[in-house]
Design a protein around this ligand. Structure first.
Ligand code: NMX
Ligand code: MLT
Length: 435
């Protein structure tokens, strides 16, 4: 058994009694109540999911295994000579709850290298798709195409005990995570670079190898590391994480679950907002003839968007009630590496003008920018200008968080998810409108 799997086993065995006791002895203790507004309104704020991988506080933002973003980036072992930590070390943290030593992070780097061989049929399948397919559709299809590789399915069919489900799930998850960067880079080079594919470099870590396969020079390796870490997890209620968890709860394997997650992430109210931000800014740039707008001019563009019934992409959030710390982390990167970039200047002006406008409009509960408002700028600056690819990068990151969650879901024996629905007439009756 590998070092990380051994460690995970120890953690799982130590954790299980906590879940068992809560369920058996305290199962009837109430943690909240549900209103009609919540049942109709997308279950906002209903406390009905459990995860220890990350927690989202509305005012503070995300903590991964108890660490804020600055704490996470500071504590994890860094790639020598680079600013950002190993993504593999971050995966160690999400899985075990512990900050790895450099040696432990490097062991995981080696483990991923061993697992990374993507089956040829995946690339053949991608090449058979129409080139104008959206990259997220191609990505989801490529992932589900590998379902036949599932070790969980094989072991399940052999009659493995429920207590051991997490082990083949771990194997599937690690195999899939090892392959996602290569599949994503292949989609990019096939779709936008005339199929000029760059093979992986076995000497590089996940972030370094992704930058290499994309054909983008340093510091894009650090951009990739930062992206995969920042986008990994945002507790369990967001559409992509929840979809992954929901599908996996039926004991569908990792390939089905992560492919489904990608489908959810592809919506413009969720991950696709990062492409929408760039599309929106490009529209403003076209109208401005390349000139940087004044704050007054920018306000007009924002009001025009709102008055035409559209949302301002990259702003607002279902849980957060302040500027997303993932936005801040990327803003700090921009201030350091691309302070004079025109698109960054646009985003900077938007940061000043949008929140007061959303407050004045009085609809959005959170007027502040989210992760997607800043992420496309960095990609654009480093030459990745095909913005319909941006959500694939989010998807690689999110797969890391959701795979970690699904392994733990299986380890703690979480059951198939099945909330209860009511009819409108039942709600009217509860409300006392009609008997
Ligand atoms: N621009 C305009 N209107 C907004 C915005 C915005 N950025 N954010 C919220 N609203 C509206 C929202 O459409 C709703 O209007 P209505 O009552 O007419 O249906 C009203 O304000 C109340 O919505 P909230 O309760 O504040 O937000 P909700 O929790 O329903 O949705 C988002 C959260 C993130 C879907 C919403 O803020 C939004 O559409 N933002 C723009 C898209 C975006 O940036 N999505 C990415 C989120 C992060 N991610 O990566 O997933
Ligand atoms: C996410 O990262 O999933 C988004 O910020 C959406 C959310 O948390 O609701």
């Amino acid at each position: 058994m590998s070092m990380i799997k051994e460690k995970l086993k120890e953690k799982i065995e130590g954790w299980r009694p906590r879940t068992t006791m809560l369920l058996k002895e305290y199962g009837k203790v109430q943690i909240g109540e549900v209103t009609i507004a919540q049942a109709i309104g997308g279950m906002r704020g209903v406390k009905c999911l459990v995860t220890d991988i990350s927690y989202l506080d509305p005012m503070e933002g995300i903590r991964f295994r108890g660490y804020t973003i600055p704490e996470t980036l500071k504590a994890l072992p860094k790639v020598p000579g680079r600013e950002m930590p190993y993504v593999e070390g971050f995966i160690y943290l999400l899985l075990t709850g512990d900050i790895p030593t450099e040696e432990q992070a490097l062991e995981l780097v080696e483990e991923f290298k061993k697992r990374h061989k993507t089956p040829d049929y995946v690339f053949d399948m991608i090449k058979a798709l129409p080139k104008d397919s959206h990259p997220m559709a191609i990505f989801a299809a490529a992932i589900v195409a590998m379902q036949r590789e599932s070790i969980f399915v094989k072991k399940y069919n052999e009659g493995i005990s429920k207590m051991d489900y997490w082990e083949p799930t771990y194997e599937d998850a690690m195999n899939l995570l090892a392959r996602l960067p290569e599949i994503a880079a292949f989609i990019y080079r096939w779709k936008y670079r005339d199929g000029d594919i760059i093979p992986p470099d076995p000497n590089l870590d996940m972030g370094g190898n992704f930058a290499h396969m994309m054909g983008i020079d340093k510091p894009y390796d650090d951009v990739a590391r930062l992206y995969f870490i920042l986008h990994s997890d945002h507790e369990s209620g967001n559409v992509s994480a929840h979809t992954g968890h929901l599908v996996a709860s039926a004991l569908s394997d990792i390939y089905y679950s992560i492919s489904a997650l990608i489908d959810g992430l592809a919506g413009p109210l969720h991950g696709l907002a990062n492409q929408e931000v760039l599309r929106w800014i490009q529209g403003v740039m076209d109208e401005m003839g390349g000139k940087i707008p004044t704050e007054e001019e920018m306000k007009k563009f924002v009001w025009d968007t709102l008055n035409s019934g559209q949302v301002v992409p990259g702003f607002g959030h279902a849980v957060l009630r302040k500027t997303d710390p993932r936005y801040q982390a990327q803003r700090e990167f921009c201030l350091k590496h691309l302070p004079d970039d025109d698109i960054f200047k646009y985003v900077d002006i938007l940061y000043k003008v949008v929140p007061p406008i959303l407050e004045e409009q009085g609809k959005a509960k959170n007027p502040w920018p989210n992760v997607d408002a800043q992420s496309g700028v960095i990609q654009w600056y480093y030459g990745l200008r095909e913005y319909d690819f941006y959500t694939v990068l989010f998807g690689i990151g999110r797969a890391i968080g959701v795979c970690s969650n699904i392994i733990w879901d299986r380890a703690l024996g979480y059951p198939i998810e099945r909330p209860k629905s009511l009819t409108t007439a039942m709600l009217e009756e509860v409300a006392g409108i009609k008997k």
